[in-house]
Design a protein around this ligand. Sequence first.
Ligand SMILES: CC(C)(COP(=O)(O)OP(=O)(O)OC[C@H]1O[C@@H](n2cnc3c(N)ncnc32)[C@H](O)[C@@H]1OP(=O)(O)O)[C@@H](O)C(=O)NCCC(=O)NCCS
Length: 332
Amino acid sequence: MTIKTKLLATGMFVPENKVTNDDLAKTIDTSDEWIVERTGIKSRHISDPKKAEFPTDMAYKATLQALDKAGLEPNDIDMIIFATVTPDVKIPNSASILQTKLGITNQCACMDIAVACSGFVYGANMANSFIQTGMAKNVLVVGSEMLSTEVDWEDRRICILFGDGCGVGVFGPTPEGESSEVLSSCLGTDGTGRDFFNQYHGGAVSPLTPEIIMKREHFMQMKGTEMFKVATRTLASNAKKVIELAGIKLEDVDWVVPHQANIRIIETTAKLLRVPMDKVIVNIDKYGNTSAATIPMAFHEAIEEGKIKRGDIILMDAFGAGLTHGATLMRF
Ligand SMILES: CC(C)(COP(=O)(O)OP(=O)(O)OC[C@H]1O[C@@H](n2cnc3c(N)ncnc32)[C@H](O)[C@@H]1OP(=O)(O)O)[C@@H](O)C(=O)NCCC(=O)NCCS
């Protein structure tokens, strides 16, 4: 008998410090009007290192919520997939740190995946594969990012876009008699677009030097217009692909949970797909782009608000630096 996968529960956490567009306009040449019109973002939350709001701290709090909802204990988790490009430290991986914070003593498998904004979709599909093959039972998938450390807060082209936050999902086998399942998915990467969004320095090729830091070249760099074009094209084509793979119609999709990078990207994609915006989950106004965390955070809020319900067909659709991309269709 094929094992199906159910998203058992979700959780989220954002740092306390909310930074509005007006706050940013005090230090850089921008305005609330420009940011809202071009991106849809009104505020974002930024971690305070003194309050221990690092990626694994946020993940710890979000996971406790999800475990509570799922009726599980930390030791019921037998795999952690931690999607992040902003790990607490380079070694060990964030999943291992989270394992100890949660008090998990069962030696569960722990891995980080660096897939940028597509991280949660990749993680969910990996969880599905491990569960379907019986290699794992309850898999915790985390998207947690502290992009505020990688953003140049003097560069108005980029700093307005990003925020910190975490969203998690606990996946497990679908109990008998229930209909939850992953219906179809596609994952991909177009490495030729890797220069559209990158951070050259700080790795093996170019370790950080005082000169690089002085020139402020160690921060993330992005070609916004190029990213915008690729994003809309990719999101729309992946959505069509998973719908076709599942053998359903676009009208059968109850909710689209897209990566939250820019409201104009979300709206353009919806238009290309001819999906009305009232079927699209949007929370970019409150949190900005939190990379791997946007989809699980949006998913979580939509459940809490009573929008997404059990049995609904959900499309998760993401793209990110790499350029990685992926979509998943599931019956929640
Ligand atoms: C970054 C982004 C918001 C820029 O919007 P845009 O409409 O393309 O704006 P442009 O880059 O063409 O800039 C237009 C003007 O606004 C200015 N500008 C840029 N940032 C500004 C800001 N924060 N406030 C005010 N003006 C700003 C530019 O300097 C430019 O001025 P100029 O014409 O005098 O040179 C948009 O390209 C975007 O969201 N891209 C995708 C980002 C993305 O997908 N990231 C995902 C990563 S997963």
